[in-house]
Design a protein. Sequence first.
Length: 349
Amino acid sequence: MSETNHESLHPKNTGLSRRDLFRTVGMAAGGAMLLGLPKFLGGGLTAAEAAIKPGALGSANLALELEGKYACSVRSVAGGNAFAELVMENLGPDSIQRKRPGQVRFEDILIEVPLGEDSKLLGGWVADFLTKSSTPINGAITYADFNMNETKRLDFFNAVLTEVAFPAADATEGKSAAFLTLRITPQSTRLAGPSGKKVQGALGSKQKAVIAGNFRFNVQGLESACTRIFKVQGIAAKRMKAVEAVGQQRLPEVRLGALDCSLISVFLPETDAGPFYAWFDDTILKGKASGERGGLLEWLDPTLKNVLASAQLGGLGILRFAPEPVKVGMEKIGLVQVDLYCETINLTL
């Protein structure tokens, strides 16, 4: 049996909001307690034991571990719970629909991490996902108190990245920090109670202050039109996944497909948009074949001179432009939305 997940982290495609991101977090204690997470791979507490252990549910700090090493701090986490599929039995002579729990499954884990985190572990995992596929990895989300004492942890096993969402670059965001949203698809998870250990890596981690409003966006050959880009909507890259059952005694396997990048919507003053209009005329109306270009989205420091993080965009093609509605008497500069498709993304942290 296969199951393809069509969910996306991209705000434009799915309307991902804070409510969506945390839609499963309420199950973390209550739902997991009812289901009773199995002790996969041995050791660890059951979900019920972890939830009722003193101090297990409180947390002031979150962190991501990969292969037993601190990778980065985490802003928010949701999902990762175990659940059983519902199996409908054949209808009997009493005309009552009998049901039973089926094979165990595990929710995807959604986390937000700072875009400016200086982490080779995280950067390498994301780079592999964007350029090759996603390497299965063991890891954990650790919860700690204000003194960095671990209070609980969510271990995950044979997990792959299935989606990476980049934050919107918006000149109106002021001092808002920029975060990456990651979708992690585990083969299994295990909730464990507090170990009493210090989360050592988080204390000495390096992090660059990446601000959503400090950015620069360019399209190859159209640099003159990109000097006053007002906004670049959030971009998402995903690999379609199929979860395949391999027998009653084994956990399902996750198989990944090709990389698929979301549309990129750019907003700029209409007075600057002439080169984009010409690009559209050449490639869409006149049908010229060599219409694709490269692009670059860079997040800058407060001086707007030094690059803190960047996303290299390959195979950009224009699909649409749309000036904003105009009313008589409007005095502000009119903006144009330009929609581009993208084939590849390569992130540099």
